[in-house]
Ligand binder design. Structure first.
Ligand code: ATP
Ligand code: MG
Length: 468
C-alpha cells in the first residue's frame, strides 16, 4: 500500500489563533462553537494558568478571557499576555461590569470589554473585526519582508525615490570615477555609499582604506597619508608607507574631508592631479593608482568662504557628487529600515522580535531623526535590548522619543524630570546614561559631552548603575 502525501500545510493567509480562557466550561464550549469558522484555530482553557501556558506556546493573535476566575483574575491574565506580546488583542468578559473597571482594563491594554452573558452575535462581530485586523497585519508584515528583499542595494536598504536615484547614480558612477565627493547629514549612510562605489568599481578587488580626517593629529596628517622617510621628523625612526601607497590599485575613503588641514589639502590636490605621492622628507615621487572618495557632512562652500577649505580642491573633488538624502526627507524608507534593524538585532541578541506595536510605530514616525539612520539604528538596538516581549512597545523606546516635549533639542541631558511617575530618579538616570552611550556607540567622552557631565562623573555613574 502506498502512503498518501501529507496535506499541504501552507495556507494563505495563515490561520489566526484564538485562545479562550473561562473557568465555566459550559461557557467555554458555547463560545468556541459559536466562534468556530474557517481560518481560525481555537484553543480553550478552564484554568487561567493553563490558558497562559497555551498563550506562550501558541502565540495567538487574540485572547478572550473571563474576568473573575479562581487563581488568576482576568486582569492578571491581561497583564501577563501583554508582557508576553503587547500586540496580542485581549478581550475581557465579565458578569460584574462597571464602567470604571472597563476603563481600567482598556487603559491596561485590553482591546475590548464585554458584558456577560455576551451576545453571541456581538462577540462574533468583534472577533471577526480582530481577525480581519490580524490578517491585515500579517499581510503588511509579509509585504514588508518582500519589499525589504527588493529594496537592497549593496549593504543599503531604501525604496524612496531619493534613495533609488542615489543607487542609480552610484551604479552609473562606479565604473568610471577617479574621485567622488559623498555629501549628506551625519548618520545618513555616507560610508555605506562609499563602500558601494568601491564594490561596483573596477578596483573592487583592491583595498578599501578608510581615514577619518577628524581623528588625525594635525602634525602627523601628511605622514599618515603620504608616508615619511627615516629622520624626516622627531619620531620618524624608519621609513613608513602612507595610506595612499597602501591603497594602491584600490580605494581610499577620506571621511570628514572638511577637517583636513589646509596644508595637507594642497598636497592632496597635487596627488590627485599627478597620481603620485611624495613621502615626507623625500624628493622622489612614487606613482600611485588610487580611487579617492571623500565625504563630508559639512557645507564645504561655507568652509571655502571661511578660508578653511581650498576652492580648487573642492572643484576637483566635487566633479562627481553623490548626495545621501536625510532620513526625514524619505519617510517611505522608515518601515523598511525598522524591519531591517529589527531582524538584525533579533539575531544579534538571539531574541525573536517580530515587530513594533502600532503605538511604537507612531512614535518613530513623528520624530524627525536629526541623527538619521545611525540614530534609528541606535534606538532600535536599545529597544531590542530592552524588550521583554516579542513586540517592541513604546516603553522600550528611549525617553527622549516618548516625551519629545521634555527634550526640545532631542538630546538627552541629566537634568530632565523622571520619565514616568513610577520611574525613580535612579532608574531614569541609568536610562539616560545607557541611551547616551548607545547614541555615542559606546564612546564615553562623546556620551559625557552629550550629557553635559565630565567623563569621570560619567564613569562614576556607570559603575554605580552596573554599566561598567
Ligand atoms: N540605507 C541604509 N540601509 C541600512 N543601513 C544603513 C543605511 N544607511 C545607514 N545605515 C547604517 O547606519 C549607520 C550610519 O551609516 P554611515 O556610517 O554610513 O553614515 P555616515 O553618513 O558615514 O555617518 P557620519 O556622518 O556620522 O560619518 C551605519 O551603521 C550603517 O550601517
Ligand atoms: Mg561616516
Amino acid at each position: 500500500m502506498t502512503s498518501t502525501p501529507p496535506p499541504a500545510t501552507t495556507s494563505m493567509p495563515k490561520n489566526v489563533v484564538l485562545v479562550i480562557i473561562d473557568d465555566n466550561t459550559g461557557s467555554l464550549e458555547l463560545l468556541s462553537t459559536a466562534l468556530a469558522h474557517e481560518g481560525l484555530s481555537i484553543f480553550t482553557a478552564s484554568d487561567p494558568e493553563e490558558g497562559l501556558d497555551i498563550v506562550f506556546r501558541e502565540h495567538p493573535q487574540i485572547v478572550i478571557t473571563d474576568l473573575v476566575m479562581p487563581g488568576l483574575s482576568g486582569l492578571e491574565v491581561l497583564d501577563r499576555v501583554i508582557d508576553f506580546d503587547p500586540a496580542i488583542d485581549v478581550v475581557l468578559m465579565t458578569a460584574h461590569y462597571t464602567s470604571e473597571s472597563a476603563v481600567d482594563a482598556i487603559r491596561k491594554g485590553a482591546s475590548d470589554y464585554l458584558n456577560k452573558p455576551v451576545s453571541i452575535s456581538a462577540l462574533r462581530e468583534r472577533v471577526n473585526r480582530l481577525v480581519e485586523e490580524a490578517h491585515r497585519r500579517q499581510r503588511a508584515s509579509e509585504l514588508e519582508n518582500q519589499m525589504l528583499a527588493n529594496a537592497r542595494f549593496e549593504d543599503m536598504v531604501g525604496r524612496s525615490p531619493a534613495m533609488l536615484e542615489m543607487f542609480s547614480r552610484i551604479r552609473r558612477v562606479a565604473p568610471h570615477f577617479r574621485t567622488v565627493l559623498v555629501t549628506g547629514e551625519t548618520g545618513t549612510g555616507k560610508e555605506l555609499a562609499a563602500k558601494a562605489l568601491h564594490s561596483l568599481s573596477p578596483v573592487s578587488n583592491g583595498r578599501f582604506v578608510v581615514l577619518n580626517c577628524s581623528a588625525v593629529v594635525e602634525t602627523l596628517f601628511e605622514s599618515e597619508l603620504f608616508g615619511h622617510v627615516r629622520g624626516s621628523f622627531t619620531g620618524a625612526t624608519q621609513d613608513k608607507m602612507g595610506l595612499f601607497e597602501y591603497a594602491d590599485r584600490g580605494t581610499i575613503f577620506l571621511d570628514e574631508i572638511g577637517d583636513m588641514p589646509l596644508g595637507t589639502q594642497a598636497k592632496l590636490l597635487r596627488t590627485l592631479q599627478n597620481q603620485e605621492v611624495l613621502r615626507v622628507g623625500s624628493l622622489t615621487p612614487r606613482r600611485v593608482d588610487v580611487h579617492v572618495i571623500a565625504a563630508t557632512h559639512r557645507d564645504l562652500r561655507g568652509a571655502i568662504s571661511d578660508k578653511l577649505f581650498r576652492e580648487d580642491l573642492y572643484y576637483r573633488l566635487s566633479m562627481v557628487e553623490v548626495h545621501v538624502p536625510a532620513l526625514k526627507d524619505r519617510p517611505e524608507d522608515l518601515p523598511l529600515l525598522i524591519r531591517f534593524f529589527l531582524d538584525r538585532f533579533s539575531s544579534q541578541f538571539r531574541k525573536e522580535i517580530r515587530g513594533l506595536t502600532q503605538r511604537a510605530h507612531i512614535v518613530l514616525a513623528r520624530h524627525n531623526w536629526p541623527g538619521n539612520v545611525r540614530e534609528l539604528e541606535n534606538v532600535l538596538g536599545h529597544a531590542c535590548m530592552m524588550a521583554q516581549a516579542s513586540t517592541v512597545d513604546v516603553q522600550d523606546l528611549p525617553e527622549y522619543l516618548r516625551f519629545p516635549a521634555r527634550h526640545p533639542q532631542a538630546a538627552p541631558t541629566l537634568v530632565t524630570a523622571p520619565a514616568t511617575d513610577s520611574e525613580t530618579f535612579e532608574e531614569h538616570e541609568k536610562h539616560l546614561i545607557a541611551e547616551a552611550l548607545s547614541r555615542a556607540n559606546g564612546n564615553q567622552s562623546q556620551a559625557a559631552r552629550a550629557l553635559r557631565i565630565g567623563r569621570d562623573a560619567l564613569r562614576y555613574k556607570m559603575r554605580k548603575h552596573g554599566l561598567l
